[in-house]
Design a protein around this ligand. Structure first.
Ligand code: MEV
Length: 433
């Protein structure tokens, strides 16, 4: 995969035609005519290709594919392909990435690509003894688990470790849950892990002295967490009508609600996933797996909470961070067979699944910032309107509780004007509704 050297800061991208934007993307990532055509739509996925992917195919379903600009992550510029049906997601990500750029963009990092495979062992009477035997057979179990995929081992991946959890009390009696940790390198990992679990299950059953029922990947990929941070000068957040510090405070207040209230956290995290899913879909990744992992991770403390944090550093910087499991691949699965997904990966220019996860974490954080800024600014605007309306009511001659009553009417009617204030005041004084 070649290096991209262009800038992702492309003024006026918003106003270009779709063809002009595609030309920018082609030049940025040196896309071939076939790759360019794949991004454009009709050739993105043919009916025969779709038929090889799933069952009972009747057609191919379209979604808008856009490109978010302005992203700088770990000192590199990225154009971000996003497939999404909701308006304002792509514009929001681009806008927030521009704000983040004022502070040097995003820093991102990720854990090694470790996935967890689970074996459910039943019918064991002596749980402690079985655990000891399984742990003693660790090397044999790991060797057997690695046998189906010598290629993965050559690439530096493969089974790494085992963990044994005893659950004495379940609706079906005692249970042992064996975790096999796999380094899956640049694939999402479901196929690799499930195949290895299949191969190793008989050995684990024998060693444990029980039987294995489930053998399946866990989507709570909490060993494969990606993290992004950003540090934005508060002036960058201002607007003609209100200051940057005021907006930054509003953003921190909005985050604090998600931190303590699961009803808000669900919506807050949904906003984060707006960005992450759009990149997952564009790059052919399994967004349901990512969603499952994200929300389970958000509840890891026992209480569902925000995936991100926002705080003020003094009065100078707004600092944001996001961490979540991101089980994504750049090879294998739909990323290999889907022409538009392949072209989207080329546009991104990521060299590994880890780098893709880092980009997605940055996009999630940007999307969160865009939503919180819009919501906080709206709150500030309303707040300002209410204050302004009181002043207008007083200027119209209102006194006492008439100030509040006139101001409320003006805000409700969105007509904060002196002439209307005088009319409303007259009506109220004459006792009319
Ligand atoms: C809408 O798709 C996403 C938001 O509701 C996120 C949020 O409230 O933070 C705007």
């Amino acid at each position: 995969m070649q290096e991209h050297h262009g800038t992702s800061r492309i003024p006026g991208f918003y106003e270009m035609s779709a063809e002009e934007r595609l030309a920018v993307a082609r030049a940025f990532a040196d896309l071939s005519p076939a790759e360019t055509a794949a991004l454009q739509g009709p050739e993105g996925l043919s009916l025969p290709q779709a038929e090889q992917m799933v069952e009972n195919v009747v057609g191919v379903f379209g979604l808008p594919l856009g490109i978010a600009t302005n992203f700088a992550i770990n000192g590199r510029d990225y154009l971000i392909p996003m497939a999404v049906e909701e308006p304002s997601v792509i514009a929001g990500a681009s806008y927030a990435a521009r704000l983040a750029r004022e502070g040097g963009g995003f820093r991102a990092e990720s854990d090694p690509p470790l996935m967890i495979g689970q074996l459910q062992v039943l019918g064991v009477s002596d749980l402690d003894g079985a655990r000891d035997r399984i742990l003693s057979a660790r090397d044999d179990i790991l060797r057997r688990a690695g046998e189906p995929d010598p290629l993965l081992r050559q690439l530096g991946g493969g089974p790494r470790d085992i963990e044994v959890r005893l659950v004495g009390d379940t609706p079906v009696g005692p249970m042992i849950v064996v975790h096999i940790l796999f380094d899956v390198r640049d694939v999402m990992g479901a196929n690799v892990v499930n195949t290895a679990l299949e191969a190793v299950a008989p050995l684990v059953a024998e060693v444990a002295g029980g039987r294995v029922n489930l053998r399946i990947l866990s989507n709570l990929a909490d060993r494969r967490v990606a993290r992004a941070t950003t540090r934005i000068p508060v002036e960058a957040l201002g607007h003609e009508e209100y200051g940057g510090l005021e907006t930054a405070r509003g953003i921190v207040e909005a985050w604090a609600m998600a931190e303590v209230d699961p009803y808000r956290a669900a919506t807050h995290n949904k906003g984060i996933m707006n960005g992450i899913d759009a990149v997952a879909i564009a790059t052919g990744n399994d967004w349901r797996a990512i969603e499952a992992g994200a929300h389970a991770y958000a509840a890891r403390s026992g209480r569902y909470t925000s995936l991100s944090t926002w705080s003020l550093e003094g009065e100078a910087y707004l600092v944001g961070s996001l961490s979540l499991p991101l089980a994504v691949g750049t090879v294998g699965g739909a990323t290999r067979v889907h022409p538009a997904a392949r072209a989207a990966l080329k546009l991104l220019g990521v060299k590994s699944a880890a780098e893709l996860a880092q980009v997605m974490a940055a996009v999630g954080l940007a999307q969160n910032l865009a939503a919180l800024r819009a919501l906080a600014a709206e709150g500030i605007q309303r707040g300002h309107m209410a204050l302004h309306a009181r002043q207008v009511a007083m200027a119209a001659g209102a006194t006492g509780d008439l100030i509040t009553r006139v101001a409320e009417r003006l805000v409700r009617e969105r007509a904060v004007r002196l002439d209307r204030a005088q009319e409303v005041l007259r009506e109220l004084e004459q006792g009319r509704p």
